[in-house]
Design a protein around this ligand. Structure first.
Ligand code: GLP
Length: 242
């Protein structure tokens, strides 16, 4: 595991965008695994800027996102599809037919998950997976538990996650209680992984996840076993790590 220390959020975003750009330049038809949350917003903004300068071409890129809320459609401004469209897809020349997320409108969880597993298999797996880090150590929506779930599954979001995501919704009652998320095995099968973390409020979980024991109680801790992980974190997020 490589830890890259960034000065602040902007520096973290630029460094992470550099790694994603390198992937796209070296393999123009790569599969990018993408993430939502507030942390990668600056990374996407930087990619858009470089795209506008003519330095990046997404025309042959395929994307698969980590997760989607169950019950939200693509037009809902809180859906992860909407987020991705807003921050990246509508702003670069990616082929929209090659951008995939779990189908939040599919009520049959088993079908939604099986379909998404099939999509990931059909695109040939993920070359570079971008991840944010939840306050409780979740990656995607793989919440703390007794096991690492392998493939795409439907999760009941924890109270911590519902509260953390409340800021994006009109009220806590509007926050969906369930989501479809890529599983840990799929994430671990990505050829490269890039984690972005920012802020002092993540310092404790950074220490636990990347320097503590590997346990499903802190799902991100499993990343310590992956052969090619880069964590780009700002000084505040690394403040508890020597
Ligand atoms: C959300 C997403 C995760 C994200 C995490 C952290 O619930 N499902 O993919 O990494 O929470 O979000 P933030 O970057 O806003 O702290």
């Amino acid at each position: 595991m490589r830890i890259v220390r960034a000065k602040d959020y902007n520096d973290m975003s630029r460094k992470a965008a550099n790694i994603l750009s390198a992937q796209v330049i070296m393999k123009p038809n790569c599969v990018l695994g993408l993430a939502t949350g507030s942390t990668p917003i600056g990374t996407y903004a930087q990619l858009v800027e470089w795209y506008n300068k003519g330095d990046l071409d997404f025309s042959n890129v395929t994307t698969v996102n980590l997760d989607e809320y169950k019950g939200l459609n693509r037009e809902n401004d809180q859906s992860y599809y909407y987020f991705m469209n807003e921050h990246l897809f509508s702003k670069v020349n990616v082929n929209h037919e090659r951008t995939f997320l779990p189908d939040g409108t599919e009520k049959d969880s088993e079908k939604a998950c099986a379909d998404y597993n099939q999509i990931i298999e059909d695109v040939g797996g993920v070359d570079l997976q971008l991840l944010g880090l939840g306050h409780n150590g979740h990656i995607g929506f793989n919440e703390p538990g007794d096991v690492f779930k392998a493939k795409t599954h439907c999760v009941d979001l924890t109270e911590t996650t519902i509260k953390a995501n409340q800021r994006f919704f009109a009220s806590i009652d509007d926050v969906p209680r369930q989501a479809y998320t890529m599983g840990i095995q799929t994430i671990m099968q990505a050829r490269k992984i890039l984690v972005v973390v920012s802020g002092e409020d993540k310092a404790g979980i950074v220490k636990e996840a990347f320097f503590g024991p590997i346990t499903p109680k802190v799902q991100a801790s499993v990343l310590q076993l992956h052969p090619d992980v880069t964590v780009v974190a700002d000084e505040a997020a690394l403040s508890l790590v020597k």
